[in-house]
Design a protein around this ligand. Sequence first.
Ligand code: ZN
Ligand code: ZN
Length: 176
Amino acid sequence: MRHLAQWFDSIETGKPFVSCKICQNTLSTTGRSWVINKHYHRKECVMEYAICDHCRDEVAGSFSESSKAAIRDFLETKIDWEQRMLEWKKLDQPIKRMDHCVACTMPREWMLGFTISAQFRNDSSLIEGALPLLLCSHCVSQITESLSPESRETWNRFISMYFEGPDSPDYYPGIF
Ligand SMILES: [Zn+2]
Ligand SMILES: [Zn+2]
């Protein structure tokens, strides 16, 4: 039986992430929590990374105020948190929260792509709160479209600096 936390193991190594994609520091030595983001397209993981809280603050800080506000606005208004929390609490298996988009509730099987995010404590335990969550690529593009050109540029720079392969504008910066 697959556990919720296993969704966030590295596909590349088959094990939990060890270091931050940006600063390369060992996550457990950063003294703070970290976030794992994975992007799937046609059921295949096309990008995955762990980012420590220090680097997350730095990348998030480089986004414009209007973009941060747009992302916050989406997360606050397009996701029925009260409803999701109630549903998640009733699940017999926590892993089932990954079966639907957290915002539009579309079933995962119907999605062309999706992004998942989770936050881990410094002792490597999964934090179960608003995260882990799954967002479908349709909802992700609603978020990326609301970013200012400067923030998109920042984000694309981040992607091209740390990842190989063709860049796509539809990666949700799951760092907020
Ligand atoms: Zn880092
Ligand atoms: Zn959605």
